[in-house]
Design a protein around this ligand. Structure first.
Ligand SMILES: *Cc1c(COP(=O)(O)O)cnc(C)c1O
Length: 355
């Protein structure tokens, strides 16, 4: 079985410390209370008041005209591509971008678009790299339509694009008639780390979305924002993709709760990630990338153990990690305390030493 997610391995102990992903958080009791109290209606018919509240709030937060609630971040990216681009057109994105590496080829399969892979350190490309890949208009070239960035860059190590670079990229895109799309799966991590408000961070970008199931700790949902005309067109794709929902307010309430209670605390996740990186760096042979936010990427092969083997050993100790982009990824989030980071470091030291 290649495609069906694997069940937990036989004989593995219960997971004590889950560093696999910030998607693994469970709704807190207070979040569940908010969900139970949410007014609801038929979202597909425009009758869910909690979804409307979330969309209005998100549009204002991102400084855009309108917003639409989607079941997932992937659907936000796919609906945005389908809305902005026509078959045969080209998107410029980093070679490690989620749309290129992690969405099952959806943009080609469903949209008939191709993605031109740009290069650069830590999941980011420079303005010069972008300029160098502008094709100009010719009968021979695919028409270029959209520039995409990830804030933060996931496989790039949770790196935060500096605001002046985002501005320059958006400026180049505008000058060349390209639309701009920001994958904001972890946008709030970037805003908290940089101390920049979301509307300012996303100013000049035509479309942007935020995932509520990453650091924000909601069980389901993402919101795509843009002009009223863009969101109206994205609604048709939401319908076509099967993303129109019914009493979705129960989930939108969790998203609203997370905006009120789980944004500022992202700074704790970032501090925990820095502590984890410091500790890992003290293990001889382990190469650690300095985290900007809540993702810690490291390579233990210099200590004589492959990433995959370390992940296996850690799992048998009750610590869950992942392998992503050829390195091990440890992710801090709502359900990981500073004490758990210390515990995890002890176990990882032991797991490396056993080799
Ligand atoms: C997780 C993620 C997505 C997809 O979001 P889902 O809600 O899992 O569909 C897209 N882009 C990036 C950068 C992500 O990390």
């Amino acid at each position: 079985m290649v495609h069906t997610p694997a069940r937990p391995p036989e004989g593995a102990p219960p997971i004590r410390i889950n560093l696999y992903s910030d998607t693994q958080t469970l709704p807190t009791p207070a979040m569940k209370d908010a969900m139970m109290r949410a007014p609801m209606g038929d979202e597909q018919a425009g009758m869910d008041p909690t979804v409307h509240e979330l969309c209005d709030r998100m549009a204002a937060l991102m400084g855009k005209e309108a917003a639409v609630f989607m079941p997932s971040g992937t659907m936000c990216n796919v609906a945005a591509t389908l809305t902005h681009c026509r078959p045969g057109e080209e998107i410029l994105a980093h070679e490690t971008a989620h749309i290129l590496t992690s969405e099952g080829g959806a943009h080609a399969a469903l949209g008939g678009v191709q993605i031109l892979a740009l290069r650069g350190a830590r999941g980011m490309f420079s303005p010069d790299e972008l300029r160098a890949h502008l094709r100009g208009i010719s009968r021979h070239s695919p028409p270029q339509r959209m520039v995409e960035v990830e804030q933060t860059a996931n496989i790039g190590g949770g790196a935060v694009w500096p605001k002046p670079v985002l501005d320059e990229i958006a400026g180049i895109a505008k000058e060349n008639g390209l639309v701009t799309h920001m994958d904001g799966a972890r946008l709030m991590n970037a805003c908290v780390a940089a101390g920049i408000a979301p509307a300012r961070m996303t100013a000049g970008w035509d479309s942007v979305w935020l995932d509520f199931t990453k650091g924000l700790g909601a069980p389901l949902g993402a919101v795509l924002c843009g002009s009223a005309e863009f969101i109206d067109a994205a609604w048709r794709w939401k319908q076509r993709l099967g993303g129109s929902m019914r009493q979705a307010g129960i989930c939108a309430a969790a998203c609203l709760f997370s905006l009120d209670h789980h944004v500022e605390r992202l700074a704790d996740d970032h501090a925990n990630a820095k502590a984890l990186a410091r500790g890992l760096r003290q293990i001889p042979g382990v190469v650690v990338e300095e985290p900007d936010t809540n993702l810690v990427f490291f390579d233990p092969s210099g200590a004589g153990v492959t990433g995959a083997e370390l992940v296996r050993r850690a799992r048998m100790e009750g610590v869950l990690l992942s392998v992503l982009g050829g390195r091990v990824r440890a992710c801090t989030h709502l359900d990981v305390t500073a004490a758990m980071v210390e515990d995890a470091l002890g176990m990882l030291r032991a797991a490396v030493a056993r080799g």
